[in-house]
Design a protein around this ligand. Structure first.
Ligand SMILES: [Zn+2]
Length: 316
């Protein structure tokens, strides 16, 4: 339940746009809740921290899709249709000699209810200076803007290597990037560009297939954004995919993965990424941590149908 709300203005258009949806943001979950969720993946300890919640209007998320059809899909999974409300789950991976943050939340400039990640880490005994690597799945505001101190524009993680997919950096740094996105998100595109420039040489780039550290590999799941990656964490016999935004919405992304999703940059590529990721997770029985899935974002994927691919997210 949201206790306070902040509505960002504007509703953008649809597929093909490098879109960052207009959102309604809620508060972060309590720090106590956040600390409770730590799981082991082989030798790795994976903790989820909440940066809050965000909602978006249905006609932004699923442009042109009849409401009845959406409601029927929700009902088929025992859910009631409302606006799309999403968690923001930031993952921290502890490995011997490494403390790796995957994405950094939205920071305070995207919406006033955000930007609590550094506080949440500190309250739980994680000093930002102890983070060894910050790895970004992509550069949308809710994943990237939390990296900078709002007062001095420096990174909040002074000792970390900052790593982002090269295709993502190239896209957002392109002069005139804001002209290729819907009016409603031009400010967000420029905001991302400015932060990348502020970080400058601090940003290291990598390509899909790169091993971030032994046991963590970047997989190409581009489509939601130009260089989007997901991170496969393998340790011993266990594996878990930190999906980023390859699977965003807990019902639609799974039950109807071939439906266009409004905020995706390239609809066809995003659908392809969703389908191949779901197939892999269901076939290989690999757990998923979804950035926007119900807190704490961890679960499994169950295959429901193959002809018209359909799946279910099972939390836990
Ligand atoms: Zn996101």
């Amino acid at each position: 339940m949201l206790t306070r709300r902040f509505v960002m203005s504007g509703i953008g258009s649809s597929i093909g746009a490098a879109a960052i949806a207009p959102v309604v943001c809620g508060p972060a979950l309590s720090q106590e809740t956040a600390t409770v969720h730590a799981i082991k993946v082989g030798q790795a300890v994976l903790t989820t921290f909440s940066d809050g919640t965000m909602s978006m209007p249905l006609d932004w998320a699923l442009p042109g899709r009849p409401r009845d059809e959406i409601a029927a899909t929700y009902a088929s999974q025992g859910q009631t249709l409302g606006d799309v409300t999403l968690q923001v789950n930031v993952a921290l991976i502890r490995l011997p000699g490494e403390l790796i943050l995957v994405d950094t939340g939205a920071g305070p400039d995207f919406a006033p209810m955000r930007g609590k990640l550094a506080d949440a880490l500190s309250r739980n005994g994680i000093q930002p200076a102890a983070i060894t690597k910050v790895v970004f799945t992509h550069a949308h505001p809710d994943h990237f803007w939390g990296v900078l101190d709002p007062f001095d524009g420096a990174t909040l993680f002074p000792n970390a290597r900052h790593m982002m997919p090269a295709a993502e950096v190239d896209y957002w740094l392109k002069p005139g990037v804001e002209t290729g996105v819907p009016d409603a998100v031009r400010g967000a595109a420029l905001g991302t560009q400015r932060r990348l420039k502020d970080l400058g040489a601090k940003i290291e780039t990598f390509a899909p297939g790169a091993e971030i550290v032994p046991g963590i590999t970047a997989l190409d799941t581009s489509g939601h954004s130009p260089g989007h990656v997901s991170l496969m964490l393998r340790s011993g016999a266990e594996a878990l995919l930190i999906g980023g935004d390859v699977l965003i919405e807990p019902v639609i992304s799974f039950a109807r993965p071939a439906w266009p999703w409004g905020p995706d940059w390239n609809g066809d590529r995003a659908i392809k990424a969703r389908l191949s990721t779901l197939d892999m997770l269901a076939t290989d029985k690999i757990r998923l941590l979804g950035y926007h899935l119900p807190w704490p974002g961890v679960g499994r994927v169950e295959r429901l149908a193959t002809a018209a691919p359909s799946y279910r997210f099972v939390a836990g």
